[in-house]
Design a protein around this ligand. Structure first.
Ligand code: AMP
Length: 415
């Protein structure tokens, strides 16, 4: 028997209410903060990601689903949303509209990752981007958006960690300090970190191996190497966070895996079951649009994984009450009953009453079906009802049954 490909899942009907709730919290929080929805294709030219995310990142090195189509175009199933949104911003001239442009998205992402709880190869991210304004007030807004959304989703005790990795110009002296610190320790670091040392040293701070982590504690921190502009940006953001009462922990080892981040980086983590990775991650990417061939343009955003949000909600014991579908099942007897039932079902649907025909079985089995699918009511067109021009309505919650003239069915249903 076939199974869904490794690292993918089906979202079954019973899960849909929770997914819909997550999307609706996103929509409401976005509207609340003035963000508009954008949808981009689920695949892009490979360069959109390869140029921006960075050659030496896990995503580009080993996780992208690349393929050539029949026209020999080199394409990639999107591993993340930001680069694609920025591509759309440039392509549609959004830089010529009032800045910043506030956009949000939700949709599937693809990474050839090692599947485990909360980590998939096809997963769904929701995210927001504010493009075209370098002000720390926009950093505050994006963090507030993420913070508010996670709170409204009912996720308790999540911790905001924040750091600044400075501007590319500040980074040279920081990377020198990092190299000096790590050079004598290379033999004790894992193979990945030895590679990072030469190719992407910032990510030495990101390693999850225990021995590498012991060395992270005393490594030089980016905050101590911020230039004047990045430094005042950082101070101003912290003051804004304080002024609106958003608590945060400064994490000097938070650097984020992707190349395009500058200055502010942040994550929201569950504090319960702390081995779990971030629910939500984001940061400023003032160099990204230029990497895509556009003019130098500031930007900041975040993304959160829906599967991970739902996993954490369930770990906390939250559940979505089953919404009452209001669905009725129409049971009938014999050929005449069937003909009447088909017509009645379409008449009732036309006036907005949700109804399905029971499967062609005995009346008793049809009633069982109605109860099995959790119908609110079963309508019965049995032989007696047909003879008398009536219809019975059984309320499945109370088992009370009334019989009304067929022509009164609509008003009886709408009561
Ligand atoms: P990133 O784009 O790597 O910064 O990830 C942002 C968020 O997306 C993470 O905090 C997770 O919630 C989610 N995420 C990233 N990778 C995966 C994955 N492979 N499976 C499920 N969720 C993921």
């Amino acid at each position: 028997m076939y199974q869904a490909p490794r690292g993918t899942t089906d979202i079954l009907p019973d899960d849909q209410a929770e997914w819909a709730e997550v999307r609706s919290v996103l929509d409401r929080t976005a509207a609340n903060h003035g963000y508009q929805r954008i949808d981009t294709p689920i695949f892009e030219n490979t360069d959109v990601f390869a140029r921006t995310v960075g050659d030496d990142t896990d995503i580009v090195e080993k996780e992208m689903y690349n393929f050539r189509d029949r026209g020999n175009q080199q394409l990639t199933l999107r591993p993340e949303g930001t680069a694609a949104v920025c591509r759309a911003y440039l392509e549609h001239g959004l830089q010529n509209t009032p800045q910043p442009v506030r956009l949000y998205y939700v949709g599937p992402m693809f990474r050839y990752d090692r599947p485990q709880a909360g980590r998939y190869r096809l997963f769904h991210q929701l995210g927001a981007e504010a493009i075209g304004d370098p002000s720390p007030t926009v950093d505050l807004e994006i963090i507030q958006f993420a913070r508010t959304m996670i709170d409204r989703l009912g996720l308790r005790e999540t911790v905001l960690t924040i750091n600044s990795i400075g501007d590319p110009a500040d980074r040279a002296s920081y990377l020198d300090a990092l190299a000096t610190y790590y050079k004598p320790k290379l033999a004790e670091l894992c193979g990945d970190c030895n590679r990072r040392y030469t190719r992407n040293p910032l990510r030495l701070l990101d390693c999850k191996q225990v021995t590498c982590q012991t060395h992270q504690a005393n490594a030089p921190t980016t905050i101590n190497y911020l230039g004047t502009d990045a430094g005042s940006h950082w101070e101003e953001l912290l003051a804004h966070l304080d002024s609106v009462g958003i608590s945060y922990t400064i994490d000097p080892r938070l650097v984020r895996g992707l190349d395009y981040y500058t200055r502010t980086v942040f994550e929201l983590h569950p504090s319960i079951g702390s081995s779990q990775s971030a629910l939500c991650a984001g940061g400023r990417y003032d160099g990204l649009i230029a990497q895509l061939g556009g003019p130098p343009t500031a930007g900041i955003g975040f993304a959160a994984g829906i599967e991970r949000i739902i996993l954490n909600r369930r770990n906390q014991g939250s559940s979505v009450p089953k919404s009452d579908s209001g669905l009725s099942v129409l049971a009938y007897n014999g050929a005449e009953g069937k003909t009447r039932a088909i017509i009645l079902a379409s008449e009732l649907r036309a006036v907005g009453i949700p109804i399905i025909l029971a499967p062609e079985r005995s009346l008793r089995a049809q009633m069982r079906y109605g109860s099995g699918i959790g119908a609110q009511r079963v309508l019965i067109l049995g032989s007696n009802e047909l003879a008398q021009g009536t219809i019975s309505i059984r309320d499945m919650a109370t088992s009370q049954q009334i019989e009304v003239p067929l022509e009164h069915i609509r008003s009886a249903m709408q009561e």
